[in-house]
Write a protein that binds this ligand. Structure first.
Ligand code: GDP
Length: 299
């Protein structure tokens, strides 16, 4: 088995490549749930849904959120009724979210995702990192904000002073998936809000230390490919470059992959890991995604 740790933008791009070369049944994907919450009456677990759509080839690759070819009739009607949705949810995407919300009246998030994976004919094992309702606060120069207030209402503009989260506890399924894996891949996801919540759970970290862990940098040069990762890293006192990410993973990192343009960091990163590879990690075409997947899996 192989286990991939994922957020909702960078790692799903890599998953598209991995999916082409491995037996999907041999793949576990543990997904961040830190920002999960109720919006417009439905439970939104954005990163998990992105992974569900990625693995069923339904993902909207323009936004890495929601389904491709969706419509927004319900969203528009809500607006006409005077309800301004925080998240712009598509009609088909909303159907999945309504189903999840209803399933969760009866089952855990893990079980609900299992049922939805089956409905979408997904053979891989998609696991939310936690079944608990976590809390995340982005402490900024404009006060404490929820993740979505920071990201959507404030467009990631405020200066970030700290990122605080609590109530993250792994499920039995997550620990079992990690235990049963020969290789663990930390995809190019936000190290502070997508990966750290998973790896900082003590039971998870303990298992990672005994496994072969490969990671791909989400940072190229001194900036993130997209999103607020740089601001979050800075607030936690990490250098914003590929080396800063390696430092976060240093306790268990065996192989780290950085971009061709970042060769200058290679030697200094060897302080944190045994092996550093340099290649293209900007994932646009399917060929680029498959090439990177092959390097990671040594195919
Ligand atoms: P979120 O849940 O939407 O925040 O998504 P993730 O945490 O999965 O991914 C966000 C991170 O993905 C950002 O830090 C980006 O820099 C990184 N990212 C996005 N696209 C790419 C890419 O093509 N290559 C690499 N290396 N990183 C990427």
């Amino acid at each position: 088995m192989i286990t991939v740790l994922s957020g909702g933008t960078g790692t799903p791009k890599l998953l598209q490549g991995i999916k082409e070369i491995v037996d999907e049944k041999e793949l576990n994907i543990i997904v961040n749930t830190l920002e999960n919450n109720y919006f417009s009456g439905v439970y939104v677990s954005a990163d998990v849904d992105t992974v569900l759509y990625t693995m069923s080839d339904l993902i909207n690759e323009d936004t890495w959120y929601g389904r491709k070819d969706d419509t927004f009739h319900t969203h528009e009607e809500l607006k006409k009724l005077g309800f301004d949705e925080t998240l712009r949810i598509g009609d088909k995407d909303r159907a999945l979210k309504i189903q999840k919300t209803m399933l969760m009246q009866q089952y855990s998030l893990t079980k609900s995702i299992k049922i939805q994976s089956k409905s979408l004919n997904i053979l891989s094992n998609i696991l939310p990192m936690s079944d608990k309702q976590s809390e995340i606060i982005i402490r900024t120069d404009e006060g404490d904000l929820s993740f979505h207030e920071f990201l959507i209402e404030k467009k990631s503009e405020p200066q970030v002073l700290d990122v605080i989260y609590k109530n993250v506890e792994p499920t039995e399924e997550v620990l079992e998936a990690l235990e049963n894996s020969e290789q663990i891949i930390i995809g190019p996801s936000n190290p502070i809000t997508s990966i750290n919540p998973i790896i900082s759970m003590p039971e998870v970290k303990k298992i990672l230390k005994g496994k072969y862990v490969t990671s791909v940098s989400p940072i190229i040069g001194e900036s993130a490919v997209s999103g607020p990762a740089a601001k979050f890293m800075k607030s936690k006192g990490y250098e914003v470059n590929p080396r800063g990410v390696a430092k976060i993973y240093e306790e268990f990192l065996d192989h780290y992959i950085i971009n061709t343009t970042d060769n200058k960091y290679k030697n200094s990163i060897e302080e944190f890991t045994d092996k550093v590879s340099v290649t293209n990690i900007i994932l646009k075409t399917m060929d680029e995604k498959i090439e990177l997947a092959k390097m990671i899996l040594n195919y």
